[in-house]
Design a protein around this ligand. Structure first.
Ligand SMILES: [Zn+2]
Length: 316
């Protein structure tokens, strides 16, 4: 079978699976949320926006029975007069049954730092979280590299991996990334200018794109592992995700997804594949695993966000 007929067969199989009632399809999805407590480009109204957005995210996850691993930049807490209120946002995640994890202190880019400086960012990045999570010991601790830049040389990647492993910390993979950071850049601008038509258009495009990248990950996982593996979604603690996550999870549930913990997803054999891929970029783990397994599968069909969203997000 050529790869093209194989791909066509997979599309057919997935089309049939999509048509089945949800109860007959077993797909699993772990949810991970980055850049806590809250992504907001402007300092104005940071706290009320963060409080309202956090409440929406927590309500949505509770409504879908989902427990997430959430990656914190503790540097965001260090604001005079707001430290307690910002820390309270993290406490609300713990109270909701979610797991705080380390995303470095200041959202540091491993490409730009020495090994020693990056290790300092890791050490400094989980002090508050560990105190807040003390009541949940023992629990699996996770780390996610900002921009998922996991080390741009074999030496740096190996040194960071070893540093984390010695501490019992697992690197959190992701298999689906919906570019919500880009959509949010445009969305926050549309909120600031009161452009409701643009906000609605962005919310629709966010949902369409999220489902397109999910479908791509399903197909890619069959090509890499010969089956659909549990997927891991990477999203951010931001306005557009807070406004659209409920509908997205509803649509995913109707695709047959059950929301599982990252701990559960990680028990799948696929997640035990070593990530030996060294890059300056931050591809998904499906790409990393495929390259680590020596496969020559093309990921060229991976959907890109619409150009108009990129243009709107980058407008001066
Ligand atoms: Zn991040």
């Amino acid at each position: 079978m050529t790869s093209r007929t194989a791909a066509a067969t997979l599309v057919l199989v997935l089309a049939l699976a999509t048509a089945l009632p949800a109860a007959q399809v077993t797909r699993r999805l772990a949810i991970t949320i980055d850049d806590l407590p809250w992504v907001n480009r402007s300092a104005a109204n940071w706290l009320p926006n963060a409080q309202a957005g956090t409440a929406r995210l927590l309500d949505t996850l509770r409504g879908h029975g989902a427990r997430a691993v959430v990656f914190v930049n503790e540097g965001q807490l260090a604001v005079v007069g707001e430290r307690q209120a910002r820390t309270a946002l993290l406490e609300s995640w713990v109270a909701g049954g979610h797991t705080l994890a380390n995303h470095t202190y200041s959202h540091a880019d491993a490409n730009r730092l020495s090994i020693g400086a990056f290790k300092d960012e890791i050490s400094k990045g989980e002090r508050v979280s560990q105190v807040l999570m003390a009541g949940r010991e023992p629990y699996q601790r996770y780390f996610r590299h900002p921009m998922t830049h996991t080390g741009d040389s074999p030496e740096k990647k190996a040194a960071i991996d070893a540093f984390l492993a010695e501490r019992g910390v697992k690197v959190a993979p992701h298999t689906i990334e919906n570019a919500d950071w880009l959509f949010n850049g445009a969305y926050v601008r549309a909120v600031d200018t009161g452009d409701q038509a643009a906000q609605a258009r962005l919310r629709d495009a966010y949902l369409t794109y999220s489902l397109a990248v999910t479908e791509f990950a399903e197909l890619a996982s069959v090509r890499v592992f010969g089956r659909e593996i549990p997927q891991t979604l990477l999203i951010h603690s931001n306005a557009i995700t807070a406004d659209r996550l409920d509908l997205l999870l509803t649509r995913l549930a109707s695709r047959g997804y059950r929301f599982v913990t990252l701990d559960e997803a990680m028990t799948d054999a696929a997640y035990r594949t070593a990530d030996a891929h060294v890059s300056r970029h931050g591809p998904t783990w499906l790409f990393r695993w495929s390259r680590s397994l020596g496969q020559d599968i093309s990921f060229a069909g991976e959907p890109e966000p619409p150009d108009w969203v990129t243009e709107m997000a980058n407008r001066p």
